[in-house]
Design a protein around this ligand. Structure first.
Ligand code: FEO
Length: 403
């Protein structure tokens, strides 16, 4: 059975929800599913904005058919070709072979690279500022390169203020019958998954997101229609403020994220002691994570949230404990920057992890290490002689947070 939602009088959400996918992009765990959004506009001409993943293909096609209600599909606007959106393109072409497709030149090239046979006569390639009219509605195409693929564009409906924003403003989580962000308690139920989506999928491309935000500021947006997650029709300031922070690598909150790598619990114990001393000094906006048992996508997400990060790692084979090493590599890959850090190192002999973590941080932008290069050194376990150093680190963090 079809299951679509109305966005405006003549615009419909025709996507689907996937609660079976374990790993988004075969990397990021999904515990609450994900939606693949597509939209149909019923004007003098009919227009489909993007397609959907195979996982929801049947539902998607049923929805499109139901909304068209026997009318032909005249246009297909492809804002983004990544297969979680373009996978069902051929299902559309099979059913409506005369549909006129609108996309960027790169999108057409990428689709052919993915193996689609496209009739060039049915494709209109567009660039920044080009427009199309479907009757009452005129849309303008806004290039959004590297948000987060090179071919990506957004489409702005100048008639009703709808911005089809591709992956931007998207989120993990299934919609569960609702559609609009104001139908949820977004700040309680969604923000963590929205942040995890942005930071891990788009986080590397902050400058490109900034460029798009500047373009968006010049138009009067009434609806934000992303390819994942809810549609925004109010409270734009809330989500735009989050994007402003994330895309400039500005922390959302003053707080301390302590990430530890511990083999037998002794580095963990030191991290716990630091957290307890911070709390005793009134610093309670803290999070403690075991790097071995926390998926790195959650760590990356909180890195974008908090201002201060403590890395506590045992030495392993004269290097950084591998999960911590991988975490640092992901931080660099995602362009994380502008944070205040501290380091706790441990080892039973030839302690190296602190020095190596410092070196890894020096390869990232605007990372400050508090105090000496290594704040606390533990030899196998935290003992009486180490407590003063942990106390000093807590003092240094508390003082820095109060600035
Ligand atoms: Fe949701 Fe970049 O695809």
């Amino acid at each position: 059975m079809n299951c679509y939602r109305k966005v405006t009088d003549d615009l419909y959400w025709v996507g689907g929800n996937d609660r079976r996918l374990a790993l988004f992009e075969n990397i990021h765990p999904l515990y609450h599913g994900v939606s693949y959004n597509a939209y149909v506009l019923l004007d003098e001409k009919t227009v489909l904005f993007d397609t959907a993943d195979w996982a929801v293909g049947r539902q998607f096609i049923e929805n499109v058919k139901a909304v068209l209600d026997g009318r032909p599909l005249d246009y297909l606007v492809i804002n983004h070709v990544e297969p979680d959106h373009a996978a069902t393109l051929e299902e559309i072409l099979l059913r409506w072979p005369d549909v006129q497709m609108i996309m960027t030149a790169k999108a057409a090239m990428f689709l052919r690279n993915f193996g689609y046979t496209l009739n060039g006569d049915n494709i209109r390639e567009v660039k920044e500022g080009d427009t199309a009219s479907f009757g009452k509605h005129t849309v303008a195409f806004v290039m959004a390169p590297m948000v987060h693929w090179p071919e990506a564009m957004m489409t702005f409906d100048t008639t009703n203020g709808v911005l089809f924003s591709a992956d931007a403003f998207g989120s993990f989580r299934s919609l569960d019958g609702k559609l609009f962000a104001d139908e949820f308690d977004f700040d309680r139920e969604w923000i963590d998954e929205a942040r995890r989506y942005y930071t891990n999928i788009v986080g590397k491309y902050g400058p490109q997101v900034q460029a798009v935000l500047k373009k968006a500021a010049k138009v009067d947006i009434k609806y934000l229609c992303p390819l994942h997650g809810p549609v925004w029709r109010k409270d734009f300031g809330y989500i735009l403020d989050k994007y402003q922070h994330w895309s400039t690598y500005t922390p959302e909150e003053k707080g301390v994220m302590i990430v530890y790598a511990s083999m037998y619990g002794n580095t963990e114990n030191t991290a716990e002691l630091l957290a307890a001393k911070l709390a005793a000094k009134g610093v309670t906006n803290t999070r403690l994570y075991d790097v071995s048992s926390t998926h790195v996508s959650y760590l990356i997400s909180d890195l974008f949230k908090y201002s201060h990060i403590v890395f506590a790692s045992v030495t392993y084979n004269l290097g950084i404990f591998p999960p911590m090493h991988n975490f640092l590599a992901d931080m660099k890959a995602l362009n994380l920057q502008n944070r205040t850090c501290a380091i706790i190192e441990n080892g039973s002999w030839a302690i190296q992890s602190g020095k190596l973590i410092k070196e890894a941080l020096s390869g990232m932008k605007k990372m400050t290490v508090l105090g000496d290069d290594v704040s606390v050194t533990i030899n196998s376990s935290c003992r009486e002689q180490n407590v003063a150093d942990v106390e000093s680190l807590a003092d240094a963090l508390a003082a820095d947070l109060s600035k």
